[in-house]
Design a protein around this ligand. Sequence first.
Ligand code: F6R
Length: 270
Amino acid sequence: MEVLVLPTPAEVARRAAEVVVDGLVGAGRPEPVLGLATGSSPLGLYAELANAVAAGRLDLTHARGFALDEYVGLTPGHPQSYREVLLREVCAPLGLPPERLHVPDGSGVDEAALVAGAAAYERLLEGAGGVDVQILGIGANGHLGFNEPGSALSSRTRVKRLSDRTRADNARFFDGTEEVPTHCVTQGLGTVLDARRLLLVASGVAKAEAVAAALEGPLSASCPASVLQWHADAVAVLDEDAARLLRNRHYYDASAAGLAERHTRSSKAW
Ligand code: F6R
């Protein structure tokens, strides 16, 4: 795992965008697949990717985007449904055609319909050849996607109950906690691990404990984001506040400096 600590959230966004561009271009696929997270963490990164598109360094016209998760039970077109958020934050500014955006189906009227929709999403993802770069945020409780603590490390896309903590954290997007759906459909941790590259972005002191547990704690369902440690190409891009509880900071900085030197010499982007 590579851990890159930058002074500010703006620098986190810029560096993370380089990691995404490098991963998508490096995949060399005619229809690369970008895994999309929602929430606050990736917003700066999406803005930087929009700059890369405008500068001609990235073209998502033939790409596909696959969302990590979706709420269950919101009315179609609800502004806080993740489909609508991604249409606003990704499709429009980055030029990803809306019909190439895929989001788990949270509209099923009963459990059987939701389960069938989740299985169909897995098939769609597989048919697209899997995710080249998966963008990830982390919950303050260590969740990844909406895999709450206790989620099976090998889980696939399925219906999950949201924890009270997550509903309270996400109440800022709704008119209070009561309005936040109780359930979601989320890619499983096994699904996330199938992506060829994982990119975690985190900023702010509220994420420091979860980041330390994920990157340096035991690999454990109690901290779902700790599955990053299991992946062969995982990159965490953090600001100083999110990184403040990391014990091995000196090593990460030394490794990152060495990498930057090596990549400059070989004229790679990062
Ligand atoms: C969103 C998602 C979640 C968020 C996490 C952090 O698609 O899957 O895991 O990444 O809840 O949210 P923010 O970035 O709003 O702090």
